[in-house]
Design a protein around this ligand. Structure first.
Ligand SMILES: [Mg+2]
Length: 378
């Protein structure tokens, strides 16, 4: 017997505009170099997409420091391109949203805003298939290595970083990221050496310069800390300096990575095609959601690259599980309170949820608590 597909349609969309405060104000190299204010919270546009079959898909995008309100306002303008359409035609809807705001360009605000819908559409599709999102996408892993980022900010004295790192490692964390890129490179080198000495030779230590070095500095500091064997050096240079990254990748023994600041999927693909990095670090909300993220994974797979998605661990965990190669998830707990479920960390890895859909659902109480605005479309 041939089974016919029953068309589903989008009947309603709710947009929530939130500010999720951080427990501590945080500084990375961009702040210490005087370019940005310290980070005190995350702006989010969260979507709930309802369908004719009674399902609801949840998705979101985010902005740090500025731009959150713009994402929310643009999201309102994109809603009419989705209403009444079949949510299972995700590629078609992605293009429709992109064409609707085509004069904004091929990256940045438009892709970040589309993510809020695209991620909800994939959640819906997994729910329709009655599968965990990881399984809908091909699932290679039931656990993914994870490392913590929030303990290693430049805000904290190195003694505090060491203490917190030990606590996290004892609780099952798989590695520790240390921020570098201060105006005084010697201070960076001291912190890296201290952390390596205190944690011993085996603990994975990741370094992140948040784009604050020039090529010469990156080469000098990189060579000075090679014997500390960091797992990688992230964003040593400007996010668009493909040639510079390529030179570092082919000169230093430390694996080089970048990608979180790129909002055009084509920019990430260019890095991969140019063999300019050892690991690629895409951010699904920044590049237009899961649809373009999967294209990046495919290309990374062809080149056997390591993948380490940036931030939003709740979104990236099932996506990381769909990557065949070496992959890490970044443990940043800033959004943890927004979801009813939380991640489970054991023996250096995050467990991939077996719950149907994305695996993480909004707490309605927290949506209300963090909400700055809301619009309901029926
Ligand atoms: Mg980073």
């Amino acid at each position: 017997m041939t089974l016919a597909y029953t068309k589903e349609s989008i009947t309603g969309i709710t947009l929530h505009y939130l500010f999720v405060p951080l427990p501590h104000t945080l500084s990375d190299a961009k702040v210490l170099q005087g370019k940005q204010k310290a980070l005190d919270g995350v702006f989010m546009t969260c979507t709930e997409i309802r369908t004719s079959e009674g399902r609801t898909g949840e998705g979101y995008t985010y902005a740090l420091r500025a731009g959150g309100r713009s994402q929310y306002e643009l999201a309102k303008e994109l809603v009419p391109t989705l209403m009444g359409e079949d949510p299972n035609q995700i590629g078609y809807l992605w293009d429709r949203m992109h064409w609707a705001a085509n004069t904004l360009g091929e990256n940045g605000l438009i892709n970040q805003t589309i993510s809020a819908f695209d991620t909800a559409l994939w959640d819906l599709k997994a729910k329709r298939a009655r599968l965990p999102l990881s399984h809908l996408l091909g699932c290679f892993h039931d656990r993914v290595g994870c490392y913590n980022t929030t303990a290693g900010y430049l805000t904290f004295p190195i003694e505090d970083v060491v203490k917190k790192a030990r606590e996290l490692l004892n609780a099952g964390m798989g590695g520790i990221k240390l921020k570098v890129g201060q105006p005084d490179a010697e201070a960076d080198i001291y912190r890296v050496r201290t952390l390596r000495k205190e944690l011993g030779p085996k603990v994975p230590i990741m370094l992140d310069a948040n784009q604050q070095w020039d090529l010469q500095t990156a080469l000098e500091v990189g060579k000075a800390i090679e014997d500390c064997h960091p797992t990688w050096l992230e964003e040593p240079l400007n996010a668009y300096d493909i040639e510079g990254h390529r030179e570092l990748t082919h000169t230093l023994q430390i694996p080089i990575g970048t990608g979180e600041m790129l909002s055009a999927p084509s920019d990430l693909l260019r890095y991969i095609d140019a063999s300019a990095v050892n690991l690629i670090m895409p951010d699904a909300p920044r590049i237009g959601g899961i649809t373009p993220f999967l294209k990046v994974l495919d290309r990374a797979r062809e080149k056997h690259l390591m993948v380490a998605p940036h931030f939003v661990m709740e979104m990236h965990l099932p996506l990381a599980a769909a990557y065949s190669g070496k992959v890490w998830v970044e443990h940043i707990d800033w959004l943890e309170t927004l979801f009813r479920e939380s991640v489970t960390i054991r023996n250096g890895a995050m467990m991939v949820p077996d719950r149907i859909g994305s695996g993480f659902t909004f707490s309605q109480e927290k949506l209300a608590e963090y909400r700055l605005d809301r619009t309901v479309f029926e």
